[in-house]
Design a protein around this ligand. Structure first.
Ligand SMILES: Cc1ncc(COP(=O)(O)O)c(C=O)c1O
Length: 370
C-alpha cells in the first residue's frame, strides 16, 4: 500500500530532504527531563514578543469567531507608510516563507531554473523541487561571503528567478550595495529577483544592500517578517514588497484568509513598538560581541554576521558537542544536514544570561576533550 502511494506522489518530491527545524524545548524536556532548557536554535527573539503586540491580541481575542480581513488592508496601509511605498505594493502572508512560496508559484513554470545561494535557507531548494523547477545552487566563497560573479555566471535563458538571502541564513554573510548593483546590472528583465531579508532589522553594516533600492528599476520582490525582531514567530506573519503589477499577480494565488486576525492585529501594534525593536537590536549587538569573543577564546572559528545568530566552525565533532549541550539543557543548531561539510554550528544570540551559560557550558565540555 505505502509503495503505491509513493508511486502516486509527484516525482520531484523524491528529491526533497524534509526540513528539520530546531529541536523544540518541549521535546528535549520529554527526552531528558531537564527543568531549565534554553533554545538558541531557531533565530527567535530571546526577549519574547513585542509587549504592544501582546496587548493588542488580548484586546481582540474575543473576536476570533469572525474571519480575518483576507487582504490585511489595515496592515498593508501601515506597512506602506512605514516603508514609504504604496499599499498596492504589499502582500501579507503566513510568515515570509509563504510569500516566497507564492512568488515561486506565481512566476515559475515547471522546468524553469531558479537560482539560490548555498549554504542557505533550505526552504528554497524544497520549494523548487515541490513545484518541479530546476534548482541551481550558487556556492558561497570558502569564507561564506557572497560571490556575485558566480551568480551572474549561472544566469541562463532558462533562469526565471534569482533568490538572494540577505543577510544569509545560516552564515550571517551579506550582500553590499556595490555587490547588489553589480548583480542587478547583469540580470535581464525576464528574471524575478527575490531578496529574502528576514534579518534586515539586525544589520549593522551601513554598506548593506537592500533590494528595496531596486523597486521599480528591476523585477524585485523583497520579503520581510514579523517572526524575528518583533518576536511573533508563532503567529506566522510576514510580507512582501514589489511593484503593484507583481503584487497583483501574486494576489491571484494568495489563499483567502491566509493570515489570522490576531496575527494582523499583533503586527499592526508591533510596528509601533520602537522601544522593543531598539531593545532587541541592542541585546543582539551586545550578545554578538560577547559570543564572538567567547567562542574565539575557545578556539572556534567565528564568521562575521549581520543577523541574530552566530555561524562558527566548532573544530570538534559537532554532533557530539550538540549531544553534550542537549544533556546540559542547551539547544543549538548543528549544521549537519544543511549541505555544509565540517563541524559548523549556528547559535542564535540569546539573552546575556543565556549567552554566558552557553560559553561556560561549552568550555566545561571541551576542556575535557583537550
Ligand atoms: C532566511 C529566512 N527567511 C525566511 C524565514 C522564515 O520566516 P517566517 O517565519 O517569516 O516564515 C527564515 C526563518 O528562519 C529565514 O531564516
Amino acid at each position: 500500500m505505502t509503495k503505491t502511494v509513493e508511486n502516486l506522489a509527484k516525482k520531484s518530491l523524491s528529491l526533497i530532504q524534509p526540513y528539520v527545524p530546531g529541536k523544540p524545548i518541549e521535546l528535549l524536556f520529554k527526552e531528558k527531563g531537564i527543568p531549565r532548557i534554553i533554545k538558541l536554535a531557531s533565530n527567535e527573539n530571546p526577549l519574547g514578543a513585542s509587549p504592544l503586540a501582546l496587548k493588542a491580541i488580548k484586546k481582540k481575542i474575543s473576536k476570533i469567531n469572525r474571519y480575518p480581513e483576507g487582504s490585511a488592508s489595515a496592515l498593508r496601509e501601515k506597512l506602506a507608510s512605514f516603508l514609504n511605498v504604496n499599499s498596492s505594493q504589499i502582500i501579507v502572508g503566513s510568515g515570509s516563507s509563504e510569500i516566497i512560496s507564492m512568488a515561486i508559484q506565481a512566476f515559475c513554470e515547471p522546468e524553469d531554473e531558479i537560482i539560490f545561494p548555498e549554504p542557505s535557507f533550505i526552504i528554497y531548494r524544497i520549494l523548487a523541487h515541490a513545484f518541479g523547477l530546476s534548482p541551481t545552487a550558487v556556492n558561497l566563497n570558502d569564507d561564506f561571503s557572497y560571490n556575485i560573479e558566480s551568480f551572474v555566471n549561472k544566469i541562463s535563458k532558462r533562469t526565471k528567478m534569482v533568490i538572494l538571502c540577505n543577510p544569509n541564513n545560516p552564515t550571517g554573510s551579506h550582500i553590499t550595495k556595490n555587490q547588489l548593483k553589480r548583480l542587478m546590472n547583469n540580470i535581464p528583465d525576464s528574471v524575478i529577483i527575490l531578496s529574502d531579508e528576514a534579518y534586515f532589522e539586525y544589520v549593522e553594516d551601513p554598506e548593506f544592500g537592500t533590494a528595496m533600492d531596486w523597486l521599480g528599476k528591476k523585477n524585485v520582490i523583497v520579503t520581510r517578517t514579523f517572526s524575528k525582531i518583533y518576536g511573533l514567530a508563532g503567529l506566522r506573519i510576514g510580507y512582501g514588497i514589489a511593484s503593484k503589477e507583481i503584487i497583483r499577480i501574486m494576489e491571484k494565488i494568495r489563499p483567502p484568509f491566509n493570515t489570522t486576525s490576531l496575527a494582523q492585529e499583533a503586527a499592526l501594534a508591533a510596528i509601533e513598538d520602537k522601544e522593543f525593536v531598539t531593545k532587541s537590536i541592542l541585546n543582539n549587538k551586545i550578545g554578538k560581541d560577547y559570543l564572538t569573543k567567547g567562542l574565539e577564546n575557545l578556539g572556534f572559528r567565528v564568521f562575521p554576521t549581520q543577523a541574530n545568530f552566530i555561524f562558527c566552525d566548532s573544530m570538534y565533532d559537532v554532533d557530539r558537542l550538540n549531544r553534550k549541550l542537549e544533556e546540559n539543557g542547551i539547544i543549538i543548531r548543528p549544521m549537519t544536514g544543511f549541505r555544509i561539510k565540517g563541524n559548523f554550528m549556528r547559535i542564535t544570540i540569546g539573552k546575556p544570561s543565556e549567552n554566558r551559560l552557553l560559553i561556560k557550558t561549552i568550555k566545561k565540555i571541551v576542556d575535557r576533550w583537550r
